[in-house]
Design a protein around this ligand. Structure first.
Ligand code: ZN
Length: 137
């Protein structure tokens, strides 16, 4: 018997149909709007929050966590934990609050490419055990 592929968690939407994906996004964006309003001034997000993958991914997890709290949680400690973690995350999200979301200039892309290539060089060398002792700091 073939082994069943594990189901992705509900907050991973790669496998959804276009219709389900769009509906999930619509509901998620509505929840984020509610979050910004209900938890102001703690939660301050830039208008471009959907374009920030890390922020978007974290918000989706908070959304699912909140849905679980509102439907299946039985211990109030879970609610306290959600709020404490939300405030802590919201504090980190403030770094992005003033984002004007300018497209990256070519110079930045070149620097990022150079950095990725350099990191890959070190990863490859580490995998081959070829990093000289003098490079291990
Ligand atoms: Zn932005």
């Amino acid at each position: 018997m073939a082994e069943e592929k594990p189901k992705p968690p509900p907050w991973v939407w790669d496998h959804l149909s276009d219709e389900m994906f769009n509906e999930s996004w619509r509901r998620f964006a509505a929840w984020v709007s509610w979050l910004e309003e209900a938890y102001a001034p703690w939660v301050v997000l830039p208008d471009c929050w959907p374009a920030h993958e890390g922020l978007r991914s974290e918000l989706i997890v908070f959304w699912y966590w909140h849905r679980w709290l509102m439907s299946r949680a039985v211990n109030p400690v879970d609610g306290v934990r959600w709020h404490a973690d939300l405030r802590r995350a919201a504090n980190d999200w403030r770094e992005l609050a003033g984002c004007t979301h300018q497209p990256p200039v070519r110079h930045h892309e070149q620097l990022a490419d150079h950095r990725r290539a350099r990191t890959q060089h070190f990863v490859t060398a580490m995998l081959r055990g070829k990093i000289a002792e003098s490079d291990r700091r």
